[in-house]
Design a binder for this molecule. Structure first.
Ligand code: FES
Ligand SMILES: [Fe+2]
Length: 338
């Protein structure tokens, strides 16, 4: 663990457009990103489309086979489907009507004849995989298979009956801060006494622990009333987190939407016997904590953009997870430039 200030990024890494494009390509195009849940694609032809870190992607149930594509028509880059979910028998481009089978083959190019060879204009694929009911996509085939990528999360979640939980709430949250501000904030409990007074009454933040396991972290904190901590708070670089409890879970996925903006997607799931009121309270509490983080992250972002921020220093006791995020980002960018 280092306290070397030279290892801490300069402020412009959090504001610069070129840096954002580098991170988008070096990190978010390569890593697996959680995009939804398998139940959203339960019927043949069901699709889910999202912009993930600025990349338009669509995942579809093609007769029981999950497929993912760039949501970009091969004619002149029109969108195949609107953002969101739906069902279709084939993809019909919303610009000039080229049609594609759900396996990506071009099936008709309106008013074109022999000018084009359909095989040259198939949709460009992305990777898709499912893990315990969660759907993940990856644009480029450079990362290991999902089960390898998720090995640490798999190990630490094995005792939780995730498959028995049902989705009850989904919500999207936008914040005016670079994604790294949020990712770093996620990795430390040092801020809890000042930023999260409610959470601070429940857990003893002085002993908030972040254990690093490869590119993942496991977070724990003792409760103030001495009751057993029965949850697991798991995170996997760059933008996946899973908060597990015996009767439910919160799936979190976040990615940049611009150099100074970040989207956080929450999916809450509970066991069917959870009283609705209890579920509502758990959701509200998570959203309150996120809003507290959003306020401080946006304030930090304004300071980073002010021209006055200098690289700081990380606490060996509290901020080893922040150092991990910074190292993984630096490694990914270095790899990208090779
Ligand atoms: S851009 Fe899709 S049909 Fe023209
Ligand atoms: Fe926080």
């Amino acid at each position: 663990m280092t306290t070397d200030a030279s290892a801490v990024p300069e402020a412009r890494a959090y504001t610069d457009t070129e840096r954002y494009e580098t991170e988008r390509w070096a990190i978010f195009a390569r890593q697996w990103m959680a995009i939804g849940t398998v139940d959203q694609l339960g019927t043949p032809g069901a699709y889910l489309s999202a912009w993930v870190a600025g990349y338009p992607l669509v995942v579809v149930n093609d007769g029981g086979i999950l497929r993912a594509f760039q949501n970009v028509c091969r004619h002149r880059s029109g969108p195949l489907v609107a953002e969101g979910s739906g069902t279709c028998g084939r993809f019909v481009c919303r610009y000039h009507g080229w049609a594609y089978a759900l396996d990506g083959r071009l099936s008709s190019a309106r008013d074109f004849g022999a000018e084009i060879e359909p095989a040259d204009f198939a949709l460009l694929p992305a990777r898709v995989a499912a893990w315990r009911g969660l759907l993940f996509v990856a644009l480029e085939p450079t990362e290991p298979d999902l089960e390898v990528w998720l090995a640490s999360v798999t190990e630490h979640s094995s005792s939780f009956p995730m498959e028995s939980f049902e989705v009850t709430h989904r919500s999207s949250h936008d914040m005016a801060a670079n994604w790294k501000v949020y990712a770093e904030n996620y990795q430390e409990g040092y801020h809890i006494p000042l930023v999260h007074p409610g959470l601070n009454r429940q857990i003893d933040a002085a002993d908030y622990a972040v254990v690093i396991d490869g590119s993942a972290t496991v977070h724990t904190a003792p409760t103030r009333d001495g009751s057993a901590t029965v949850g697991a708070w798991l995170w996997r670089f760059p933008g996946f987190a899973l908060n597990l409890y015996p009767s439910g879970m919160c799936i979190e996925s976040y990615w940049p939407t611009g150099p100074t903006s970040t989207r956080v997607e929450y999916t809450f799931c509970f066991s069917p016997d959870t009283p609705a009121e209890e579920a509502e309270m758990a959701v509200a509490s998570s959203v309150d904590i996120l809003n507290e983080d959003r306020v401080i992250c946006e304030a930090v972002q304004r300071n980073l953009a002010s021209g006055l921020a200098r690289p700081g220093v990380l606490s060996p006791r509290h901020e080893s997870g922040v150092a991990l995020v910074q190292r993984l980002i630096a490694d990914a960018i270095r790899e990208h430039r090779r």
